[in-house]
Design a protein around this ligand. Structure first.
Ligand code: NAP
Length: 486
């Protein structure tokens, strides 16, 4: 059992009022850690520490800060196995996935931004009689609020560029997945990173998260999470004129055109639907298939889904673990019930998985990967974000209809198109109202590219230079020669 603490001003400390929360492993429902249930006083301490550290950290050159990012990447890389194990305990995701995605990407986020900064040049706009220099300053103290599905992956995606651009940080990870944020704090502490530059405050969203939003000294908020919470974030932070980046929910479409390489499309659609038990914001949770190939696709797809090995996340051969909590399992199951009420047919899955590894009570939030057909694309199951291992199949008659169906969503985060005609793929992709569309692939990421959503999937972009822009303020310095203007 771990006893996790806040990390404020370079010290590990309990919440001021001493209150704690339990952290559970969703695969076993065992209590694995105790974390502080922080409140406004704890956020105040973190903000004070951050503000004291701001001037010195902001005064370093970007190259000096990039050296720190490299040191952090190296130190995290040494702990990759520990990170993967903690991520698996906290989320119930398969250990192989935690290693390949969570641990690896957490390291590469720091390394990427360090390298990326070395290729940046100062922007200049030359006039006949003057030069405009685009000068970057830190925003100041920024609040970073992250969800449970990719805990250190998403936290480090914000921490790395925020540090690089000279900001100090008050971070709040999800109360469900505090363990790898704690590893990051321990790593910084071991590296003797300047105290107060990175502060970590654990607790509940509506308590500590809300205090971060409301704190007048926090000048920017980068939030990743659900759309409903994003609305609260915007309502609180926007009237205070904080810089705001919102990375929110999705209901992404996978479009299978009639000339798709069927085996490739099936494999990609399965990966898009069920990676991390369908709990990736980019997951393709509704599959739109050309009617002429729908039967063949459906048969191969269900066959492939039935090969997913659901079970003990610590087992190397497991390909799907639990969902994040018993409460979330109930929410996902309620959508399966709804699908039946809406007239859908369950082609496979639909029930809990008894894993057999967690004792006589068969504890653990496990669900079989579930495929539903026969629902209109306008049904609730096909339009609301379920965020679990559930996918709906729909058919279309032509590409125009496919695009209309894909765009019939309040969300606009991601999508994929499967076709052997690459030009057609690009053309269809350009008509889909989302922040990212893959053609013949899914979750193929180049960290230099813009990442974010449209509609209710968010505001702003992160990644590459867009992250550097979010985490800095730009001043145009126009320098004219000192000659008489007359
Ligand atoms: P969530 O409930 O919105 O929580 C996200 C974070 O916000 C958590 O740390 C949460 O703390 C905190 N929070 C909750 N209420 C708050 C408040 N009033 N003020 C400030 N912070 C508050 O989302 P989730 O269930 O953790 O994550 C799943 C959602 O995230 C899905 O909708 C998914 O699509 C989305 N997501 C989006 C992206 C993207 O890049 N677009 C990436 C990953 C996930 P607690 O945990 O303590 O409640």
């Amino acid at each position: 059992m771990m006893n996790v603490q806040n990390y404020i001003g370079g010290k590990f400390i309990s919440a001021v009022d001493g209150e704690t929360l339990f952290d559970y492993n969703p695969a076993t429902e065992q209590h694995i850690a105790t974390i502080p249930r922080s409140k406004n006083e704890d956020v105040q301490l973190a903000v004070t520490a951050a503000q004291s550290a701001q001037q010195d950290w902001g005064a370093l050159s970007i190259d000096e800060r990039a050296v720190w990012l490299d040191k952090i990447a190296d130190a995290l890389e040494m702990k990759s196995e520990e990170i993967a194990n903690l991520e698996t305990s906290d989320t119930g995701k398969p250990i192989a996935l935690s290693r390949k995605v969570d641990a690896a990407r957490s390291v590469s986020n720091f390394r990427f931004f360090a390298d990326f900064s070395r290729n940046q040049t100062e922007m200049q706009f030359v006039m006949a009689d003057a030069v405009n220099y685009v000068h970057r300053s830190p925003v100041g103290t920024v609040g970073l609020i992250t969800p449970w599905n990719l805990p250190l992956y998403l936290l480090s995606w914000k921490v790395a560029p925020a540090l690089l651009m000279g900001n100090t940080i008050v971070a709040k990870p999800s109360e469900f997945t505090p363990l790898t944020a704690n590893i990051l704090a321990e790593t910084l502490d071991e590296l003797e990173f300047p105290p107060g530059v990175f502060n970590l405050v654990h607790g509940l969203g509506h308590e500590v998260g809300q205090s971060i939003l409301e704190n007048e000294h926090i000048k920017g908020i980068s939030f990743t999470g659900g759309t409903a919470t994003g609305r609260t974030v915007a309502q609180t932070a926007a009237p205070m004129f904080k810089k705001l980046s919102l990375e929110l929910g999705g209901k992404n479409a996978t479009l299978v055109l009639k000339d798709a390489n069927l085996d490739l499309a099936v494999e990609g659609a399965v990966r898009a639907a069920f990676t991390n038990s369908g709990q990736v914001c980019l997951c393709g949770s509704r599959i739109l298939i050309d009617a002429t190939i729908a039967d063949a696709f459906r048969e191969k797809f269900v066959e492939k889904v039935n090969q997913i090995r659901v079970g003990d996340p610590r087992d190397e051969s497991t390909t799907m673990g639990s969902v994040i909590s018993p409460q979330h399992l109930e929410k996902v199951e309620s959508y399966i019930d709804l699908a039946l009420q809406e007239g859908g047919t369950i082609l496979t899955g639909g029930t809990r998985k008894l894993t057999g590894f967690s004792g006589p009570n068969q504890k653990g939030a496990f669900l079989l990967p579930t495929v539903i057909s026969g629902l209109p694309h306008t049904s609730r199951c096909a339009t609301e974000e379920i965020f679990g291992p559930v996918v709906t199949l729909h058919t279309f008659e032509n590409e125009l209809q496919a695009v209309e169906m894909a765009n019939h969503s309040e969300y606009g985060l991601a999508g994929s198109v499967w076709t052997q005609d690459l030009e057609r793929g690009r053309m269809v992709a350009s008509q889909i109202e989302t922040g990212i569309v893959w053609v013949n692939t899914w979750l193929h990421r180049d960290l230099r590219t813009p990442f974010g959503g449209v509609k209710n999937s968010g505001v702003g972009r992160e990644g590459g230079r867009w992250s550097l822009e979010f985490f800095s303020e730009l001043t145009n310095i126009c320098v004219k020669d000192a000659k008489d203007e007359s």
